[in-house]
Design a protein around this ligand. Structure first.
Ligand code: SF4
Length: 436
């Protein structure tokens, strides 16, 4: 039996797809490379923006033709959780709708589908679904995602995540450390600790531990060379965390710190819980203790009530921080969020103008920051090889390509940067082989 999983959205969804494939492998499903060869097709969806949700419905419309071959079609992820039964009503050819906290009930769901039932599983009960016993079919043999917590309690005014992924629950640290040990035994060099807001890790756990404490424990695992984490919330990004990152050599100097906006008026309406001054202070603290740190961020333009001067403050913040890159989007109304009650009063054309102005500014900065890598010798973990070209990433998460032999795959090598491009660095393998 073959299954084809199409993944949309964030790293949490990418890792959830690995869990989906893992649990389906236990009942005999193997990954298919295309929907045409699959007996089961699953869309693992994202609901963070209107556009993302529309994509799901147009994709389902396209998949409908597969029903004549008896293919089972299912929807998972945040749109499944958000829409539930309504999605089945809207798409009568869809067989099941399973939310992010119900991934491991898929074998039972497929049994019910075999009996001709159409199934909705979208409970958000209090237990963390990720555990050591549950299978994960990882897609990368060198770098692994590790869930440290699920859900989010922040309820930012524009965001559906707290409604689609439930309340924050942290995994016991012993389980996380054990999972990382098993990955190291399998030869993994890099782990990325995953959560909607990793900085509030530990809340509600029986043991007294916070995220810096977890980093220290994961850092002790032999064999793991690099540790990354995503996503952080600026309000909870503490001095203790910054000093811990600075003190632990395996923790990479890459920090994704979503600001979302540069104006205090908009930040307050969003319910972000920090001011631009506090955000800039956190950036200054990071730069002081981790001088090589690469920062990226998320931004929303055209939030209800955002005036031109508010937007100018966003541009000013981006100019001051000089991110290595940003993910920027037009505000879109998300049903069920606080902001959905407010008038979406920034015209679409104006949102578009602001978005392109912001991206233009960031492109200039990204290019300038990229140029600072010229001539440097950097450690790069190579994870793909094609036609004599190795691709990898630096500790600051920059993509690097070099000409080289595939025996360097899965190794951390020193690379001399010869040429810089906006989103990529080109280099040569430095003499002397493996970086120590
Ligand atoms: S912190 Fe805010 S934006 Fe991020 S997932 Fe939670 S509610 Fe959404």
């Amino acid at each position: 039996m073959k299954v084809f999983v199409k993944t949309y959205g964030c790293q949490m969804n990418v890792h959830d797809s690995e869990k989906l494939l893992g649990v389906l492998a236990t009942i005999g499903y193997n990954p298919a490379s295309s929907e045409e060869e699959a007996h089961l097709v699953i869309l693992n969806t994202c609901a963070v923006r209107e556009k993302a949700e529309h994509k799901v419905y147009s994709e389902l419309g396209r998949l409908k033709k597969l029903k004549k071959n008896g293919v089972v079609i299912g929807v998972c992820g945040c749109v499944a959780q958000k829409e539930g039964k309504a999605l089945l009503e809207r798409m009568p050819f869809v067989d099941f709708v399973v939310g992010p906290r119900n991934i491991y009930s898929l074998p039972q769901v497929l049994e019910e589908v075999k009996l001709g039932h159409r199934v909705v599983k979208t409970h958000l009960n209090g237990s963390c679904i990720t555990s050591l016993e549950l299978p994960i079919l990882r897609q990368d043999p060198y770098r692994a995602y590790v869930t440290v917590m699920e859900g989010c309690d922040n309820f930012c005014a524009y965001c559906v995540v707290p409604y689609t992924r439930g309340r924050e629950i942290s995994r016991p640290s012993s389980e996380i450390v054990e999972e990382v040990k098993r990955l190291a035994d399998q030869g993994y060099l890099e782990v990325t600790l995953l959560g909607q807001n990793v900085n509030s890790y530990g809340k509600g756990l029986g043991e007294k531990i916070d995220f810096p404490g977890l980093l220290e424990r994961v850092h002790q695992v032999e064999g793991i060379r690099w540790i990354r984490f995503i996503t952080s919330h600026p309000r909870d990004f503490s001095e203790r965390l910054v000093k811990t990152i600075a003190a632990l050599p395996k923790v990479c100097e890459y920090i994704h710190l979503p600001a979302q906006a540069g104006s205090n008026r908009v930040l307050e309406r969003m319910g972000r819980g920090y001011t631009r001054e506090e955000y800039l202070d956190k950036v200054a603290m990071i730069r002081e203790h981790i001088p090589k740190a690469a920062l990226t961020s998320d931004f929303i333009v055209g939030f209800p009530g955002e005036e031109e001067e508010d937007f100018q403050l966003t541009l000013d913040l981006v100019e001051r921080v000089r991110y290595e890159g940003i993910f920027a989007f037009r505000y879109s109304v998300r049903k069920g969020t606080r902001a959905a009650q407010w008038e979406d009063n920034v015209p679409l054309s104006e949102k578009g103008r602001r978005l392109s102005q912001l991206l233009q500014l960031q492109d200039r900065i990204t290019e300038e920051v990229s140029r600072t890598y010229q001539g440097k010798e950097l450690d790069v973990l190579f994870y793909s090889w094609r036609d004599g070209v190795l691709e990898g990433r630096t500790r600051t998460n920059k993509i690097v390509t070099v000409l080289g032999d595939k025996r360097h795959l899965g190794a951390i090598k020193k690379v001399k940067i010869e040429e810089t491009r906006m989103y990529q660095l080109l280099g040569t393998l430095a003499q002397g082989g493996e970086s120590l």
